[in-house]
Design a protein around this ligand. Structure first.
Ligand SMILES: Cc1cc2nc3c(=O)[nH]c(=O)nc-3n(C[C@H](O)[C@H](O)[C@H](O)COP(=O)(O)OP(=O)(O)OC[C@H]3O[C@@H](n4cnc5c(N)ncnc54)[C@H](O)[C@@H]3O)c2cc1C
Length: 411
């Protein structure tokens, strides 16, 4: 290891040993319900209750919010969330359900919220007591986020919100939403202001949440309609007109490049986790019949699997570069490239699995004869959303080219 590479401090070593010991006794066993492949597809109360229970016990043990100050319910440690994440992953622990709150709302409130809001919201985010959703995308504003039209009109000490958000993951479970709204139509960027808004207590009155069923049958997505929702000015983050800058903090953390490491990055899904690993295609090929032999006996299949294994190894090696100081000059450089490469690799892994499975790849999750519980066709269908969420592949390529590599802007 060169001098440039980051070494763990004695405090971090001690914390790692603590996490390992705690997880050896407390990591949850097999879930009592089938879990979806990622937290944004949580659909039932049972799934949510199990995952919430897990987040609460991990929080109480100090494995969530390790790097947040103690006054906001955190562990008051330094660079320790990364270690807790590594240990949770090693122990095969499930993911946390409050993924949007942990990964986006908490760091945004931390960097842009008032003292009152930090103390009010961050502890309940870390424990999972309050679930959050993200109200950014609109029917005509996704990649072009600054085109958001949901309006916020000042009324004394309050704001009145009207408009529509879409693709709002977890909104059916959420108590609160991070919201990007427009207070001024004259200026695209400085006409935006950022709020935290109550969802649950206004349901059926000034807020309407309508689930959107995906092709997989899962209902993680929603449309959210605002009809004169009144929000106190206390719930504004940063200044009026600074919404775009605040949203950049959210997106930086959503893309894994913010200064606060998210606990949600750790953990596995379930059996479905297999589908994110090119190595598991080897077993799948060994156990799938093809013309009287196994798929693994087919040299073309072997070649295609190895091509994906090589890409996966390249990605893991590339991620190790985050430990080299000189390569982290631009916060987006490695995390954003990793998101792009991983999501496209995942799509190719899922597509090859269906080729290997042949006709049995059409048997879906509810079918008792489906190989590996039908997780592969489910992964195939879900893999397309992953190259869209948190910035589409095209948009990420633009950002990497223009902002990280400094190439000229496309016309
Ligand atoms: C699984 C999933 C979860 C999501 N969860 C949430 C959530 O919780 N909250 C939320 O607010 N949003 C959420 N989204 C929405 C997501 O942020 C948007 O779908 C995404 O930003 C793309 O926006 P769009 O769908 O409007 O597509 P568009 O922006 O209309 O893009 C359509 C196509 O045009 C391409 N394109 C657009 N602009 C450019 C450009 N400048 N250069 C090159 N190509 C371009 C895109 O790459 C894409 O192929 C989620 C999406 C998914 C798939």
């Amino acid at each position: 290891m060169s001098d440039e590479e980051r070494k763990d401090t004695p405090e971090q070593d001690e914390f790692r040993a603590y996490c390992r010991e705690w997880l050896s006794k407390n990591a949850p066993g097999p879930p009592p319900v089938q879990l979806p492949q990622s937290p944004i597809e949580i659909t039932t109360e049972e799934q949510m209750a199990y995952l919430r229970g897990w987040q609460k016990s991990a929080y109480e043990a100090g494995l969530v919010g390790c790097d947040y100050p103690k006054e906001y319910g955190g562990g008051g440690r330094k660079d320790c969330q990364r270690i807790a994440n590594e240990e949770m992953q090693r122990a095969g622990a499930p993911y946390f359900p409050n993924v949007i709150a942990l990964g986006m709302a908490a760091p945004t409130i931390f960097f842009h919220g008032s003292e009152e809001l930090k103390k009010r919201f961050i502890p309940k985010i870390l424990s999972g007591e309050e679930i959050w959703c993200q109200g950014f995308s609109e029917p005509n504003a996704g990649s072009d986020l600054a085109g958001a039209q949901t309006s916020a009109v000042r009324d004394g000490d309050n704001w009145v919100i009207n408009g529509q958000k879409i693709w709002t993951s977890l909104a059916t479970f959420a108590s609160w939403m991070i919201l990007l709204a427009r207070h001024d139509r004259a200026d695209k960027y400085s006409g935006l202001t950022y709020f935290v808004v109550p969802i649950k207590e206004e349901l059926g009155r000034t807020v309407d949440v309508r689930p959107l069923i995906k092709i997989t049958g899962e209902a993680g997505f929603n449309e959210v309609f605002f009809n004169d929702l009144v929000v106190s000015d206390r719930y504004r983050l940063d200044d009026v007109g600074k919404g775009w800058q605040v949203a950049m903090t959210t997106l930086l953390h959503e893309r894994g490049a913010g200064p606060l490491v998210t606990p949600a990055a750790a953990g596995r899904a379930s059996e479905g986790d297999l589908t994110r690993n090119a190595m598991s295609l080897i077993d799948l090929a060994r156990n799938s019949e093809r013309n009287g032999r196994t798929a693994a006996d087919d040299p073309v299949v072997r070649d295609r699997i190895m091509e994906l294994v090589v890409r996966q190894s390249g990605l893991l090696q590339s991620l190790r570069r985050t430990r080299v100081k000189g390569l982290t000059d631009h916060p987006l450089r490695i995390p954003q490239a990793a998101k792009l490469v991983f999501t496209e690799l995942y799509q190719d892994i899922a597509a090859l699995s269906l080729d290997i499975l042949g006709p049995s790849g059409t048997l879906f999750v509810a079918d008792e004869n489906a190989p590996q519980g039908g997780q592969w066709p489910l992964a195939y269908l879900n893999s397309y959303g992953m190259t869209i969420a948190a910035g589409t592949s095209e948009v990420l390529r633009n950002i990497l080219g223009e902002r990280v590599l400094g190439m000229p802007k496309s016309k």
